[in-house]
Design a protein around this ligand. Structure first.
Ligand code: FAD
Length: 285
């Protein structure tokens, strides 16, 4: 009751949505339906991923441009530095600035197989972008530690370097237990990290895919989540959606009560669950 009472008093929650460039005609339709459905919720921004080493940067840019033109919502490209020279990155940043883009999600990107060193880390990209123009910069943060980081403290200091290089916001890797996020937020504050730390919320509908993804991103999947999906038929989309929405709603309720004011949704280009969760949070079209 207390949770629901405090939720009904919420008025000032910001949301943002993440999409990826579609790879087929059918995925293209799904994406634009989702953008149209979510835009009236007046998100702070909609961001579009760029798969490092995928060569899809132009597609990222096309989606970003169209989101902005079609909806008026601020559209934010992700940019990775692992697969581009400094000169290329400067040029891309300048082009983005010239087309009116003011926020960028700055990332290193995953290292290609067999490579274990890189010339640039995300903190270097943040500095480079700030040198080109006064972008608002979001970076990635890992409440359960980035898989490559030698320990959690080292990873936290890396986040601090990204803040000191000029980032203003960190979006977290997804997680399931709200206390994982809250502890991380406290540790970041104790380390003097001056960033808005925004929880990345992944509404889960496909448990098998989640387990695979969580494995290589170092995200702990709690036993209770496994139990929720256990025994469900693959084709039972309705039940899976209801369960996924319920899990994410419980998660954001706790976080909202702990004072979180901005939620970032990994939509996977779908709108149903994110829309329902945002509605519960008080967002209205
Ligand atoms: P960094 O912050 O550079 O950190 C990478 C690793 O290097 C960490 O382990 C860090 O501790 C370590 N490190 C940092 N500096 C040093 C140093 N000087 N010496 C040694 N080690 C160091 N990937 C994509 O390809 N495209 C996307 O669009 C995309 N979007 C994302 C959005 C979010 C919100 C998140 C959380 C991740 C996203 N990713 C994306 C994944 C990301 O690219 C990978 O997790 C990547 O492996 C690390 O990127 P980073 O920006 O966190 O790197």
């Amino acid at each position: 009751d207390a949770l629901n009472q405090s939720l009904s008093e919420l008025r000032d929650i910001d949301v943002s949505f993440e999409f990826f460039p579609p790879k087929s005609q059918q995925m293209e339709e799904t994406l634009w339906k989702s953008v149209e459905r979510l835009a009236p919720l007046k998100p702070a921004y909609m961001s579009v991923t760029y798969g490092a080493n995928s060569g899809e940067r132009d597609r990222t840019h096309d989606v970003v441009k169209r989101i902005h033109q079609q909806t008026g919502v601020a559209a934010v490209p992700h940019l990775t530095c692992v697969d581009a020279s400094k000169e290329e990155l400067r040029q891309i940043a300048q082009d983005y600035w010239d087309t009116g883009i003011r926020r960028i999600v700055a990332l290193r990107g995953d290292l290609p197989k067999g490579v274990d060193k890189t010339e640039m880390y995300a903190s270097d990209l943040v500095a480079l972008l700030k040198d080109v123009a006064d972008f608002d910069i979001s970076v990635a943060a890992y409440p359960e530690k980035h898989p490559e980081a030698r320990n959690a403290q080292f990873d936290l200091l890396n986040l601090k370097r990204k803040a000191e290089a000029g980032a203003s916001e960190a979006i977290t890797q997804f997680f399931f237990d709200p206390s994982v996020f809250l502890r991380f937020r406290d540790r970041a504050a104790a380390a003097g990290i001056d960033l808005d730390i925004v929880p990345g919320i992944l509404p889960v509908t496909n448990y098998q895919t989640l387990v695979k993804f969580a494995g290589f991103t170092n995200v702990h999947v709690p036993g209770w989540l496994h139990k929720q999906f256990e025994g469900l038929h693959e084709d039972d989309h309705t039940t899976r959606n209801l369960l996924g929405a319920n899990i994410a709603m419980e998660q954001v309720k706790v976080l909202a009560q702990e004072g979180i004011k901005h939620f970032h949704f990994y939509t996977l280009n779908r709108s149903e669950l994110s829309y329902a969760i945002c509605h519960m949070l008080g967002a209205r079209g």
